[in-house]
Each structure stands twice: as structure tokens, then as C-alpha cells.
Design a protein. Structure first.
Length: 307
């Protein structure tokens, strides 16, 4: 490393980076100032100093449109978030010297898994670690992987489907798909159903990535090309259409109440076929170890969701 580079790094401050990250996330200097409880001039000057020290423009300032990141800003935002998170971890660890965990932890959760696990995780983790502020974001596998790598969340709970090597994952539990039917469906009187028997029936496809790819591939393995009558990214829309008799669906998550939003009954049947179960995993960036808070949350998920 050149002496000039080392001097620039030494001059950077966590405060400047926090101004930059807040401005990037909120989109305005005023919003960043309100988020950080400082003056707008402090944010503006701090961001300008950061740009001067790095020798690059990080944001484009447009009075009518707020702030947008330049190419250099887009490259800096992820490591800046990571550095701020590690600094908070260091401050927290130094404060309690191995005692109670504290600080903010943002976790990601696959959208269709969330309603089944997040309420209990929020309550039970708060009871176990009352000084940690747990929050969450939702999305598809693609969304969550991007948020992990961008530092928008520290750890994510999602299906082990189409994940890249850039994220480390550990299995929490296994789950298998089932067939969802209306009671009047011709296959509803069977105790279990073979995938090949679905070939001649309309399907309601959950089209939330990577569900369509996963279920289409599963059916293709058994020689079935699905007759997709309707598609929806909404889990409950799929269930409601099935309850109305518009077709069957393949789903992984199973509510304890087998009725649609309209109160119409639904029938769940297991598959006869030997289908490899799908793993629900915890994931975080492969390039950085989880913080103490994230590791504690991961351990908590193992304890709560597999009990």
C-alpha cells in the first residue's frame, strides 16, 4: 500500500461513512440528517470531505430528485455498510465485555416463509436478548442475496435454491412440497398423489422466485409439463384460486388452518413420489464471519424452529 493511500484511509472517519450510507439509503441530505439526529450542514460537509479525501464523486446531487449514487458510490456502499456494522459490533463488545448482546440486527426472510416464522422469532429473540433490536426485510432469494452482499441485512432465512457461492449457508430444517386442492377436485379423494397424475389438470402456479423454476423442474423430472391456468406472486392468492376450484397447486409452506381468505375449505395431500426435501437455511456473506448478534440469532433459529 502506498503512503498516500494509507494516509487517506487513516483520515476517513466512521462518521463520514455513516453520513454517506444514510444519505444513500434515504436519498436526501435532509432525510439523512433526520435519521442521524444531526444538522443537514453536518451531513453535507461530512460527505463533501469524504469525497475530497477519496478523490471521487460518490453522489449526484439533484435538487428535484434528491441523491443518486455514482458508479464509485455504488462500489463503496457495500464495504461502508460492512465497516459500520463491524464498528458497531466492536463498540458493543467493548461495552459489555462478553456480557449481554446489544445493538441493531437486520435479518432477511424469504417472503413466503416470513408469516410462519417471523412473529415467533421476533418475540422469542427479544425475550432471550432484550438489548438487541431485531428488525427484518423480506424478498425473493435473488433479493435477499443482493441485500446480504450489499450489507442491508446481516443474515437471511431462505430456501437453499439457486444460491451462489458468495453466501455461506447452514441448514435449519427440511421441508417437502405438497399438493393443494379444492375438496371438489377429482384428485381430492386420494390419500396421496403422484406427480404424473397432475399432468391432465390445471395448475395455479406460485410465481415468486424461485418457486416457478423449482416446481416446473420437479414436475419435468416426472414427465409432466404443467398446464398453468393462473400465476401469482401472492401465496394467499394461489390458495384462494385453488379453493375456488381453478386448479391444483404445489406449495411448500402449510398454514395450520386449511381454508382460504374467503373461508373456503382446502385439501392438502402428500406426494407419493420420492422427492428430495428442500432445505430452509440461514445465509450470510462468505467473505465475512457473522457478528456476535447474527451468530446468536442463528443459534436461536436452530433452537426455536427445530424444536
Amino acid at each position: 500500500m502506498r503512503v498516500e493511500d494509507a494516509r487517506v484511509i487513516e483520515e476517513l472517519s466512521l462518521r463520514q461513512l455513516s453520513y454517506f450510507v444514510a444519505a444513500a439509503e434515504v436519498g436526501t441530505m435532509t432525510g439523512a440528517a433526520a435519521t442521524l439526529h444531526v444538522s443537514q450542514s453536518a451531513v453535507s460537509l461530512g460527505l463533501a470531505d469524504l469525497e475530497r479525501q477519496l478523490g471521487v464523486q460518490l453522489v449526484l446531487r439533484q435538487r428535484s430528485k434528491g441523491l443518486t449514487l455514482t458508479a464509485a458510490g455504488q462500489e463503496l456502499i457495500s464495504p461502508a455498510r460492512t465497516l459500520l456494522r463491524l464498528a458497531e459490533e466492536l463498540r458493543s463488545g467493548a461495552h459489555d465485555l462478553g456480557g449481554a448482546l446489544r445493538g441493531r440486527l437486520v435479518m432477511g426472510c424469504f417472503q413466503t416463509i416470513g408469516p410462519f416464522v417471523m412473529p415467533t422469532l421476533l418475540d422469542s429473540f427479544a425475550h432471550a436478548h432484550p438489548e438487541v433490536e431485531l428488525d427484518f426485510v423480506e424478498g425473493s432469494v435473488v433479493d435477499l442475496e443482493a441485500m446480504l452482499l450489499d450489507g442491508q441485512c446481516e443474515v437471511a432465512l431462505l430456501y437453499d435454491m439457486d444460491l451462489s457461492p458468495t453466501v455461506h449457508r447452514e441448514t435449519v430444517y427440511l421441508t417437502s412440497p405438497h399438493v393443494l386442492l379444492a375438496p371438489t377436485h377429482p384428485l381430492a379423494d386420494r390419500s396421496s398423489i403422484a406427480l404424473r397424475d397432475l399432468a391432465d389438470h390445471d395448475m395455479i402456479m406460485l410465481d415468486f422466485p424461485p418457486s416457478r423454476h423449482h416446481f416446473s423442474a420437479l414436475l419435468a423430472e416426472h414427465g409432466v409439463t404443467p398446464r398453468v391456468r393462473h400465476s401469482s406472486v401472492n401465496f394467499e392468492m394461489v390458495r384462494s384460486l385453488v379453493a375456488r376450484g381453478h386448479g391444483f397447486s404445489l406449495l411448500i409452506q402449510r398454514p395450520t388452518v386449511e381454508v382460504s381468505y374467503e373461508g373456503r375449505p382446502l385439501v392438502v395431500r402428500p406426494l407419493v413420489d420420492d422427492v428430495e426435501p428442500t432445505a430452509v437455511v440461514l445465509a450470510w456473506p462468505s467473505t465475512a464471519p457473522p457478528t456476535r448478534r447474527a451468530r446468536a440469532f442463528a443459534d436461536h433459529c436452530h433452537a426455536v424452529l427445530t424444536s
